[in-house]
Design a protein around this ligand. Sequence first.
Ligand SMILES: [Zn+2]
Length: 307
Amino acid sequence: MSSFVQCAPISRVVVFGGTHGNEMSGVTLAKHWLKDPSEIQRPTFTAESCIANPLAVEKCVRYLDQDLNRSFSHEVLSCPGSEGDPYEIRRAQEINRQYRPFDFAFDLHNTTSNMGATLLRCSKDDLFSLHLANYLQSSSGDQSMPCYNFLIDIPEKDNAYLQNITKHALCLELGPQPQGVNRSDMLFRMRELINQALDFINLFNEGKEFPSFETDIYRFVSRVDFPRDSAGEISAVIHPELQDKDYIPLKPGDPIFKTLSGKDVLYEGEKILYPTFINEAAYYEKKVAFILTEKVNWKVPALKVEQ
Ligand SMILES: [Zn+2]
């Protein structure tokens, strides 16, 4: 007898696009599904889409006052809010009020990094979303855009991501795609992944049992900033041998930056790690050139719906 993790059925699903207003695949799909939500319905649940940051979408910028996807902190969500608060704080409170009762949230993003389809989560405990990710990884689709599991293991009290508000959630990062640009390959891959994910939720609700499996998880280790001069200005660029090599093992001694005088800056870590978000445009302001992860193998127990 194998033991099962049991989860309550999923009855309401929300698909967020435009959490960052210049990430066009999610913006375009969320707008499309607002006009005609029939594609995202399944027999066992209802679904709706939402433009998370409408003013940023209108201006085609990441945000107005602050990053919406870092605005869902306990502190923000537990206070009533006032007119003078930054736009994204007010928006986070509105989204929380409206969607907290939902069972599952998708949050659709694009990255300028070559990260394929990255399924990003902030909690290691959401086994339902790990099963969903496994289903996406084993469903046929565009093989040029493989799915990776990315975990930023944040203590619940410090989690300020949009996926914080619902019981189950998954953030999808698809790239590379420039900010403010719609690439058809990204748009249709995102649409395919969301449809497959909705199929999974429907199968789960119908009582299908999902066996245990092993999976690779890329777990956050550290952020790496660009080299800087004494004035704090960036003094080197991502090395050509690192550019676009997201999820490719980075070995001690590998080049990571090139200075304007042509000198290579080498990775001085002690063990092999896996770089992601390499040269992500939105991370320049966060002083992040790339993120290092470690690859860990997990055994995920079987899943079925709670009777
Ligand atoms: Zn984003």
